[in-house]
Design a protein around this ligand. Structure first.
Ligand SMILES: [Zn+2]
Length: 224
């Protein structure tokens, strides 16, 4: 499995520092299950952060500490990919067991088919994950093979982590473990690849902006 799309350094550092809201944290933790590169970044950040920040004035230290963490992360990026191969195989979720990373199983169990899916039109279903997060919402989306999510823009940020299957939008192709980070000004229309349904974790901090009328009408009811 080759992960091509990773969270940005600010999300990885935020995760390592424990400063992300719960729903963003779930997405990063789930991505880490698939991605040894980002796991190494988190470890480097925790290591550097722990040894530097302990007992020192935060104000005086902040800029240089961040530089140091980022330089450690660059070091991680320069390591050879084969060093990670073993851990990829050990840690990837097994197809026979569950497609869900453990960070998600603790919220929703391990049987994706038994979730009380809520339909969002003909092609997409969702399950809203119960969290204590008031900043962002996390949901599992199931997009039928070969079918699109209605074109939408964003009032905030949207992180989408593929758990199973794949999708493509105007920007790239995303497979299991890939994380797409979409900003407020972006409009896109994700389409699931033919073959298998695409199951994703999506985290948003504001309602989406749908172009088409029907999703727009249903939006308040469906909490999307
Ligand atoms: Zn990664």
């Amino acid at each position: 499995m080759t992960i091509l799309h990773h969270p940005g350094d600010e999300l990885v550092l935020g995760y390592a520092a424990g400063s992300l809201a719960e729903s963003w944290s779930i997405a990063i933790a789930a991505h880490l299950t698939y991605c040894p590169i980002c796991r190494h970044k988190v470890e480097a950040a925790e290591h550097v952060g722990g040894s530097l920040l302990g007992g020192l004035e935060e104000e005086a230290l902040a800029p240089s500490a961040l530089d140091l963490v980022l330089s450690q992360i660059k070091g991680v990026e320069q390591e050879k990919p084969e060093q990670w191969q073993a851990s990829i195989e050990e840690s990837s979720p097994s197809k026979q067991e569950s497609i869900l990373p453990s960070a998600l199983q603790s919220y929703i169990g391990n049987d994706i088919d038994s979730l009380p899916w809520q339909r969002l039109g003909n092609d997409v279903s969702q399950y809203l994950i119960k969290t204590n997060d008031h900043e962002a919402k996390a949901r599992i989306l199931r997009i039928k093979a070969g079918r699109p999510v209605p074109s939408h823009g964003h009032r905030g940020r949207e992180l989408t982590l593929v758990l199973s299957g794949s999708f493509e939008d105007e920007f790239s192709k995303f497979r299991a473990g890939d994380l797409e980070d979409v900003a407020e000004e972006t409009v896109h229309k994700p389409i699931a690849a033919a073959g298998d349904d695409c199951i994703c974790l999506a985290v948003t901090d504001a309602p989406l902006r749908f172009k088409e009328l029907i999703p727009r009408i249903l939006q308040p009811v469906l909490n999307i």
